[in-house]
Write a protein that binds this ligand. Sequence first.
Ligand SMILES: [Zn+2]
Length: 302
Amino acid sequence: MASGHTTRRRQDKPRRNFGRPFGLAMALVLAFALVYTVVFSDNLYLVPGDNELIVAFLDVGQGDSILIWSRDNAILIDGGDFAQGDTVLRYIRQAGISRLDYVIATHPHSDHIGGLIPVLSRVEVGYVIMADVVHTTTTFENFIDTIANAHIPVVIPEVGERFRAGIIDFTVVGPLPGHGNLNDASIVLRLRHGDTSFLFTGDAEAASERAMMASGLELRADVLKVGHHGSRTSSTAAFLDAVGPVAAVIPVGGGNQFGHPHGEVLERFGERGILVYRTDLNGTVFMGSDGVGIVVIDGLGR
Ligand SMILES: [Zn+2]
């Protein structure tokens, strides 16, 4: 963890507050409840206070990587492409994280597991959580070899299974059995911290969304990590209504060959008044939760 500084976060930086329920009272509570230690220098240190979590949607271009940490624990969901591994490692170091309790590989596509390869070989990891699917690529083989060489235990989770690392508490809500493709095999996690919640969908598409809605599992979340980089094959209207997010984060690379995020998906967010953050436009998106509300921590640069 960072030095003994207890510098309160600079108040002249813009900070957007939101929570559920909405209201000025909630925003004010948030402004005073969340205190982060931030040291601005060549390196960024962002240290959560007691009972606070930071969720960082890392800018890894076209790919996913989400780093979540409390004062004592940390998990990583995906690692972007192999070439992004150094970026992910840099964030891990800058957050003062020396051990990842869980690394979750949502599914075997290279824009999710590639960057995990250098992470798994250089950071102490408690468990790898991965889906029960394989892929015939060199990246996937290297990923499996790296886990084996580092002797990291692997967990293939069941839907409904709950994992905890200190105050980091998440439940697996997907994939349900019967998925038709690798995207729909994505592990979907719902992170809950007090009254706040986040849903991380990997690249889950419409079929997985339907199965999750039919499962009866709790899907509501304040923040949605948008499925499949904002592709029109995900984020169906019914799913957005089931999740009911206040904010959505799209990890996506600028000028990507797929045209992500698709315009109709952005329209679906717009029609519902959902705040949208995009890593291609906003860079890495940092959010903090104290269990009462969530703040977007602006002004940290890219
Ligand atoms: Zn992807």
